[in-house]
Design a binder for this molecule. Structure first.
Ligand code: 3PG
Length: 391
């Protein structure tokens, strides 16, 4: 694909699609990782002499109306503090906007536009008409074929990838295509069903797959243990057995936790009990891996050449069930492996345990990161490739 740095932007109207979809609490940005990742792109366009317009979605508002709850105003306030030039939020932009070289114009939430989600052609053409160059930089939204990610790239005079998108594709692509071995993946989170294709495609490329969180519960049950009242997916037990058998046929394994941390209720005040995996009681819920398991997994991570991490291995938002995730986070932080991490919960865990600067690459993608790991083609990237080939 063509990248922004290939182009002379002097005096051109440049429309950048970023993923500025960040959590907002009480009218303020609550986590700025995505904003920090987008700022260098915006700055580079300003430095190149462009007339800079930025657009993004925020949340999942109803289309066709303005919804103050989903306004990008808090993001614009943040950008105003972070950049040296004024940043201005514009609500009506589809019929044209005046932009000067020494400012940034941010378009109000693109999901207020009717037709955004279904990638409406007329809307995409309107967006494309606003710029000379469209820069797709929103890796976090590249798995969505919507008017502001895919349609506009189809119709803009020039469409290119921004530096953040290019860096994400490069880092994740390299880690998976030609990884330093052994390649170890940790997949956690609550359900096998949401990660089944990730588990399947990773099991084909990794040397060692580690499962944790609610996902591990299904594997524990599949191995014939009592899982008590824990969250697990009975209908995916055969799938879990198949994945384990396939790993074993390759001479590897998907290791089961040997011990777990349980509670009697899902609550901040639940009492944590550590027990062997074969002693889970009928009224227990498994909320974390136990210390022996964490140590065994940490040892595997210590020897890894590359680590891919998606999903916590326990209910880490409650401290008494966070020790497993904390132990693995520290093991990743201390390992010499090239490590990549992505996904909303994973980033929250990285923040909580303060290891952000010890991870080699942190992706801004949630769903997009997963789809990349699944080996899927991201539609907003595919259109840039098509444009690069066919103009
Ligand atoms: C994300 O947070 O994963 C992206 O911003 C995409 O948001 P969406 O799932 O609402 O399309």
């Amino acid at each position: 694909v063509i990248t922004m740095s290939d182009l002379d932007l002097e005096g051109l109207r440049v429309l950048i699609r970023e993923d500025l979809n960040v959590p907002i609490k009480q009218g303020k940005v609550a986590s700025d990782a995505r904003l920090r990742a987008a700022i260098p792109t915006i700055q580079a366009a300003l430095d190149g002499g462009a007339k800079v317009m930025v657009m993004s979605h925020l949340g999942r508002p109803e289309e066709g109306t303005f919804d103050a709850e989903a306004s990008l105003q808090p993001v614009v306030d943040y950008l105003n503090d972070a950049l040296d030039v004024p940043v201005r939020l514009v609500r009506d932009y589809l019929n044209g906007v005046e932009v000067n070289s020494n400012e940034v114009v941010v378009f109000e939430n693109v999901r207020f536009n009717k037709g955004e989600k279904k990638n409406d052609d007329a809307l995409a053409q309107q967006l494309a008409a606003l710029c000379d160059v469209f820069v797709m930089d929103a890796f976090g939204t590249a798995h969505r074929a919507q008017a502001s990610t895919h349609g506009v790239a189809k119709y803009a005079d020039v469409a290119c990838a921004g530096p953040l998108l290019a860096a994400e594709l490069d880092a994740l692509g390299k880690a998976l295509a030609n990884p330093a071995r052994p390649l170890v993946a940790i997949v956690g989170g609550s359900k096998v069903s949401t990660k089944l294709t990730v588990l399947e495609s990773l099991s084909g490329v990794v040397d060692q797959l580690i499962v944790g969180g609610g996902i591990a519960n299904t594997f524990i049950a599949a191995a014939g243990h009592n899982i008590g009242k824990s969250l697990y997916e009975e209908d995916l037990m055969d799938e879990a057995k198949r994945l384990v058998a396939a790993a074993q046929a390759k001479g590897g394994d998907i290791p089961l936790p040997s011990d777990v941390v349980t509670g009697k209720e899902f609550s901040e005040s639940a009492v944590a009990e550590t027990k062997a995996v074969n002693t889970i009681a009928n009224d227990d819920m498994v909320f974390d891996i136990g210390p022996d398991t964490a140590a065994a997994f940490a040892k595997i991570l210590e020897q890894a050449g590359t680590i891919v991490w998606n999903g916590p291995v326990g209910v880490f938002e409650f401290d008494q069930f966070g020790e497993g995730t904390k132990a693995l986070a520290n093991a990743i932080a201390n390992s010499k492996a090239f490590s990549i991490a992505g996904g909303g919960d994973t980033l929250a865990a990285i923040d909580k345990y303060g290891i952000a600067d010890k991870i080699s690459y942190i992706s801004t993608g949630g769903g997009a990161f997963l789809e990349f790991l699944e080996g899927k083609k991201l539609p907003a990237v595919a259109i840039l490739e098509e444009r690069a080939l066919n103009g």
